[in-house]
Design a protein around this ligand. Structure first.
Ligand code: EPZ
Length: 439
């Protein structure tokens, strides 16, 4: 699939964000820990969520997604193996290791590979699980983990405030014997949401959202109903879409506090950002935006997932912006594609220097990762002419109906099959039926 975008249309109107991908994925894994039914509401329709549901079903969990409500019943749990095919498709499948250890005392999980943005090691996860008493062997592309009767609470210091490792250890220690303390924990809102779900199920987790989280092990957890928090990165993406098109957009169903760093940086660039109870109004006058410097940091710092989207904005801002990516080692891969659209960006290691241009120009570009792909769509929305973004499957992993929502805001975005041209003809040498956009 690819998206055909005609740029320079100021967006206007309202858009409601979906539930958070990065909150719902760990909560799906955590549902293995409870006796009884978990009902998760406000679940986004994403490839990654569908993969997570398939992983649950492969373990013997009764998992059903109806609309945006996901019901999970783990009593039929019959396997402790997460095969390569699932983990390859979605690294977060690996988070089932801790819950399987806690429930079955065993887990055989394919080693998650790296991805476009980095090698994505899991050393902090494994070190933490071993501190809780798990025996871990790695070989032939698999992690073999086993534990005695129950995991044992322990003090774990994370060398880096890893989001996944914090979530993983919080889940694994819920049913452990004794107390676990996670130090230098990640503080992201998705961790607080996971803790809220687990505490509602009967866990005793204190300090989620701070650097020190204490978990007192309990004997059992019971299934509960939980609504996931809104997706702050989806919201930030629409905020940038409004800014890059000089538009006026209200993003609804958000938690403004989760977007403090993003709102602050947009205001610094000259965008009007007005926060209400659970919505954010972005009013980007036609005046050209001013360049700013961005340095990605663990929450509450500027989110790494918003780095690529902001790069698109800096590419057409006035002045020079310096972007430093401190979280992942290879998360500047979208730069080459933006340069093909006329952006003036120099990369030196993890630092990109962006000389703002009056505008970018539409071109055929390719997404190679989720947020880089979204950034190319944003660049296309602001560019002169037509941009064709291929690799839309990367974008569909993390955005529910991005193109449909942008169309509703007035953008000219069409989803077409790979070999269809911008004006709807099938390119020479193409077989197959009539071209048809997705409605
Ligand atoms: C989560 O990934 C998110 N994914 C990412 O979102 C997000 O970019 C990232 O957190 C940072 O906020 C999900 O929640 C599913 P980390 P995660 O562990 O948990 C290093 C998106 O676009 N590290 O905080 O994998 C790691 O290499 C995705 O929605 C270790 O060295 O991120 C990286 O440099 C992309 N050893 C840094 O920590 C470990 O054991 C941050 O990774 C674990 C991580």
């Amino acid at each position: 699939m690819k998206l055909i975008i005609k740029g320079r249309r100021p967006l206007s109107g309202r858009v409601r964000v979906h539930g958070s991908k990065n909150a719902v994925l760990p909560i799906i894994a955590a549902s293995l820990l409870v006796d009884g039914e978990t009902v998760i509401t406000q679940v986004p329709h994403l490839e990654d969520v569908h993969t997570a549901v398939e992983v649950m079903a492969s373990l013997g969990v009764d998992a059903r997604l109806r609309g945006s409500t996901l019901t999970l019943r783990p009593e039929g749990l019959s396997s402790f193996e997460a095969p390569y095919d699932y983990v390859r498709r979605m690294r977060a499948s690996f988070l089932v290791t801790g819950p399987l250890l806690a429930r079955l005392g065993r887990a055989r999980i394919s080693l998650p590979g790296g991805c476009a943005i980095g090698s994505r090691p899991i050393d902090l996860h494994l070190k933490g699980l071993e501190a809780l008493g798990a025996r871990i062997r790695v070989g032939h592309g698999y992690i073999e983990a086993s534990a005695a009767e129950r995991l044992t609470g322990s003090r774990v210091y994370l060398d880096y405030p890893s989001v996944g490792a914090t979530e993983h250890l919080m889940m694994a220690s819920c049913l452990a014997e004794g107390t676990t303390v996670i130090e230098n924990a990640a503080e992201e809102p998705e961790i607080v949401d996971l803790a809220n779900y687990l505490n509602a199920a009967g866990a005793s987790i204190y300090g989620a959202g701070t650097k020190v989280i204490r978990i007192e092990g309990v004997r059992a957890l019971k299934g509960v109903r939980h609504q996931v928090i809104p997706d702050r990165i989806e919201a930030g993406t629409y905020m940038v879409a409004a800014a890059i098109t000089g538009g006026y957009v209200e993003i609804e169903g958000v938690v403004p506090d989760h977007l403090t760093a993003v709102s602050a940086k947009l205001r610094e660039m000259g965008v009007d950002v007005v926060e209400d109870e659970n919505s954010i109004l972005v009013n980007a006058s036609r005046r050209r935006l001013k360049a700013v410097n961005i340095k990605t940091m663990p929450y509450p710092g500027f989110p790494t997932d918003m780095q690529a989207p902001f790069m698109a904005l800096l590419a057409v801002a006035e002045g020079t912006g310096v972007v430093t990516e401190t979280v992942f080692e290879n998360r500047l891969i979208h730069v080459v594609e933006m340069v093909r659209m006329g952006a003036d960006i120099q990369v030196d290691g993890r630092v990109a220097t962006v000389q703002g241009r009056r505008s970018l120009y539409g071109a055929p570009v390719t997404a190679t990762d989720l947020r880089g792909g979204a950034a190319l769509v944003l660049a296309g929305l602001g560019a002169v002419g037509v941009t064709e973004v291929s690799g839309v499957e990367h974008i569909d992993r993390g955005y529910d109906s991005l193109d449909a929502n942008l169309r509703r805001l007035g953008a000219s975005v069409r989803r077409v099959r790979p070999r269809e041209t911008a004006d709807g003809r099938l390119a020479a040498g193409t077989t197959g039926g009539l071209a048809g956009g997705r409605h």
